[in-house]
Write a protein that binds this ligand. Structure first.
Ligand code: MUC
Ligand code: MG
Length: 372
């Protein structure tokens, strides 16, 4: 197949704000509103690739304003004139600038969206095409044990979700243990549980918490203590009876290699919101080579970001093994997609339309955009 040469003619970074139904709280921060940036890459033949950049100042230092500024003033001048198929050239240019994970990732995924549209194929098929659906894991933010059990009940009943990632890392540590115990008591073996500490505990607190939860059948534990506690993480990993996963401490191939070879973790969370498709492909290959497990994580994504995680996660056997974190958009009061995502029987299906298969509702965008 020969694709005619086209050029990127413009990139738009549109800030928007959609409130949450309730705040999502975790050890490193909280989110009350989706203050994201919609990224649109436009070509001279009129194709538009779309992706989302969610600022996470508490994780990567990016803000909504910094994402827009870096795209408008640094990245756009570097990539206008390129053919969208030149993902590697674009990536090399973007990576001259350090950091700015979600801004870079959104541009990369928008290019893949254009590529899929031009080829007439879903991005997920272009990437790997393993399956057409993923099982969904739901993230439970901090609340008291009754409220977290009630939310899990709603997810089971309304969406058929039976895997839960429980946010932990609070003090006293007993509160989080009570939540996990209450969930196990309420649902028994019907649910799968894992925990994410967002670096909230010390290595010693993490060890104590894992000991106290030894009978709860946790699948794995993510980012319980900071990666800067190098010796502490190794000490924890030597005694832990559940696999330890890295998330925000290992976002780039070199960080992943260091964490894994250091002996601190044996699993990695892949988030397309911060590594795009091109970077996530490299990370997945590295994980295969290192022999470590992966989970498709979420960056507190809306439906557009979730569509990207789904496209990537469904593309490969390794990423489709575990339920993927694809339900956070349920915490939002509204979204931007014309066709809302629907979780049925605990699964999300990949769109069969070319590209990412998403269309933005222009009335909603006009309503929620914050740049006037
Ligand atoms: C997660 O897995 O940690 C919370 C903070 C963040 O950066 O992502 C979310 C979910
Ligand atoms: Mg995490």
């Amino acid at each position: 197949m020969t694709l005619a040469y086209v050029k990127i003619s413009a990139v738009e970074a549109v800030p928007y704000a959609i409130p949450y139904v309730k705040p999502l709280r975790f050890a490193s921060g909280e989110v009350h509103r989706a203050d994201h940036v919609l990224v649109r890459v436009i070509t001279d033949e009129g194709l538009v690739g779309t992706a989302d950049a969610p600022p996470r100042p508490f994780t990567y230092g990016e803000t909504q304003a910094s994402i827009k500024a870096v795209i408008d003033t640094v990245f756009t001048p570097q990539i206008v004139g390129h053919d969208p198929i030149d993902r590697e050239s674009v990536a090399v240019k973007l990576h001259r600038t350090v950091g700015n994970h979600t801004a870079k990732a959104a541009i990369d995924m928008a290019l893949w969206d254009i590529l899929g549209q031009r080829a007439g194929l879903p991005v997920s098929d272009l990437l790997g095409g393993w399956t057409d659906r993923l099982r969904v894991a739901h993230m439970l933010g901090f609340a008291d044990p009754d409220a977290m059990v009630a939310e899990a009940e709603r997810m089971v009943l309304a969406h058929g979700i039976t895997t839960f990632k429980v946010k932990v890392g609070r003090h006293p540590i007993g509160l989080d243990i009570d939540v996990c115990r209450a969930l196990r008591q309420r649902f028994g073996d019907m649910i799968t549980l894992y925990v994410d500490g967002n670096r909230g505990w010390t290595a010693a607190e993490s060890a104590r918490a894992l000991d106290e939860m030894a009978d709860l059948g946790l699948e794995f534990a993510e980012e319980l203590c900071p990666a800067d506690d190098v010796a502490g993480r190794r000490w924890l990993a030597r005694q832990a009876r559940v696999p330890l996963f890295a998330d925000e401490s290992a976002t780039r191939p070199a960080e992943i290699t260091r964490e894994v070879l250091d002996g601190g973790v044996t699993g990695i969370s892949i988030k397309t919101a911060r590594s795009g498709f091109t970077g996530s492909l490299r990370i997945l290959g590295l994980c295969e080579g290192l022999g470590v497990d992966v989970v498709i994580g979420n960056q507190i994504d809306g439906q557009l970001g979730t569509s990207c995680s789904l496209a990537f996660g469904a593309a490969f056997e390794r990423t489709a093994r575990r339920p993927a974190e694809l339900s956070n958009f349920l915490d939002m009061t509204d979204d931007l997609l014309e066709q809302p995502l629907r979780i049925t029987n605990g699964e999300l299906r990949v769109s069969e339309a070319p590209g990412l298969g998403v269309a933005i509702d222009q009335d909603k965008l006009a309503h929620y955009r914050t740049d006037g």
